[in-house]
Design a protein around this ligand. Structure first.
Ligand code: ZN
Length: 125
């Protein structure tokens, strides 16, 4: 497991959510920041929109994520890694901010995916 995924696992361990997810953004070997998911509404009141996903939190916090790689980890209550593939909403947000690849934990190790960039990307920056 890469040291950045290990950092993402540490971020996930800080989460107060039922699904504990952490993310770390890295570019050129430099860690731009880390975050875990957060409740924004009480899950009893608004289950569908109960949390900010870790990827969304980190995108809000990082000034220039263009060209970065995101490492996403989810852990169970014992701190063991689980599947943390970014959801569709986060994939779109990552693409819009120019993040090019996601590495994520699985129950048996890790996996990685390319983030499809929007066609209009060239004009945005
Ligand atoms: Zn998500």
């Amino acid at each position: 497991m890469s040291k950045y995924l290990a950092l993402a696992i540490k971020q996930a361990a800080n989460s107060q959510c039922r699904y504990r997810v952490g993310a770390v953004l890295v570019r050129g070997g430099r860690v731009l920041g880390g975050a875990c998911n957060k409740y924004r509404n009480h899950p009893i009141i608004d289950f569908q929109n109960a949390s900010f996903h870790a990827e969304e939190v980190i995108l809000r916090r990082t000034r220039r994520p263009q060209g970065a790689v995101v490492y996403v980890a989810r852990v169970d209550s014992q701190g063991r890694p689980l599947l943390a593939r970014p959801c569709e909403r986060c994939q779109q947000a990552l693409a819009a901010y120019g993040v090019v690849r996601a590495h994520y934990t699985t129950a048996t190790g890790s996996a990685s995916m390319r983030i499809a960039q929007p066609a209009s990307q060239g004009a945005r920056y």
